[in-house]
Design a protein around this ligand. Sequence first.
Ligand SMILES: *Cc1c(COP(=O)(O)O)cnc(C)c1O
Length: 393
Amino acid sequence: MTKTPPTSIVRRTGWPTSVSRPVVTPLQPSVVYASPDPDALDAQYMEKSGYTYAREGHPNAEVLAQKIDMLEGAKNGIITGSGMSAIGAVFLGLLKAGDHVLGGDQLYGRSLRLMTQDLPRLGMTTSFADPTDVAAMRAAIRPETRMILVEVMSNPTIRVADMEGITALAQEKGVLLVVDNTFTTPRLYRPLDAGADIVVHSVTKLLAGHSDATLGYVATRDPDLRTKINDANVTWGLTPSPFDCWLAERGLHSFDLRLDRAEATAGKLAEALAGLPQISRVIYPTRPDHPDHNRAMGLLGGRGGNMLSFELKGGRAAANALTRAAPEIAFAPTLGDVGTTLSHPASSSHRGLTPEGRAALGISEGFFRVSVGIEDAGLLIAEMTKAVAATKS
Ligand SMILES: *Cc1c(COP(=O)(O)O)cnc(C)c1O
């Protein structure tokens, strides 16, 4: 028997070379990167370039960050493992015990929880004020206020914050302004251009757009803030998977087209719903009866986005009848998907509130939020009209 020299399939042989290059961004799942020698590794750390370990950064996150940067007019944006970890990285990187954070009073449910339960456990204080009322925001500022967190459009009542007033207030008081731009997207509003310090996104929603990747994004124009937020992201391990980044980049390529299409449909759907006798109220920013209509038209450049809410007569029984009569429209607590989704805050995002608490926000048992998708407008309006008609008792 002749002896063959030992070989090992675990020794990676590298990537075949080619003069041509892939047109599609390669998916790079490698967790570790090998360097030629200690000097080269040293230089890499000094120059903060290249890759060493995926939690510290990887090419798919960088490619995705650069593309969202273009949309937001930002540089060196940071990708995180979820929208919540984007907000978490901002808090963990920039706050210390004793700091006060002022939030808009209708933030995303988990953001509210983070502020009411988790920040106080770490020694920070928090309070909330109505972001459509800048005088209320001003009155809530304390000497130790370090940060304001607001969403431009509230969920699910689609109120539009007084962003000009809040931005001026934050600048006057020397308080960091953090804007969650998930609902508005950079097509409707660009927080950094308008003077905010930090923009955050749940990339999971409209930017990625296909409900198959959970990711977040943070950007700031201040390099010192950027370093602190990035360190929190890397140290607390809030970092994203290459595969999710790769999926999100693919989704992002059609973001503009999807948003334009969904927005055009949302305007038509709002009008169709407003004409139905079983509907008592439709909330959409470009409608003259929207409570913040004038501000919204100025702030969002006449655009309304893809989100609308409406109130059905007949309470919970009518709400059950509506979702049962529209099985084609996913009754699911998310937004920004290619397909239209319906959510019912009283039984989901706002179930923790008392009926009186919900009533104060204008959320009844007949209240629905619609995230309009990219399906044919005529089809969607026909399905919704049929479902609303089925609620007649
Ligand atoms: C969904 C959402 C978040 C959280 O994002 P995840 O990606 O689900 O962690 C934060 N803010 C807003 C406005 C959202 O809609």
